[in-house]
Design a protein around this ligand. Structure first.
Ligand code: SF4
Length: 63
């Protein structure tokens, strides 16, 4: 199973759920859209399924 994620900027609506709940993995850009930190590598303490489920726009994808 992959342990990296990315953001599809075409779908991100800048709700901020991802970087509020997973600040080690995501951060906002200047417009509040999410971008990955650390090349999108999922921390061992987090589950990929849990991370994908946090985005209501399905903008978080595995890579
Ligand atoms: S939860 Fe989804 S829509 Fe909201 S900022 Fe994160 S990637 Fe963008």
């Amino acid at each position: 199973m992959t342990n990296k994620v990315a953001i599809d900027q075409d779908f991100c609506q800048a709700h901020g759920r991802c970087y509020a709940l997973f600040p080690d993995l995501f951060e906002p850009d200047d417009e509040g859209r999410a971008q990955v930190k650390n090349d999108g590598v999922v921390p061992a303490s987090s589950s990929v399924d849990e991370i994908l489920a946090v985005c209501p726009e399905a903008a978080i994808t595995t890579v």
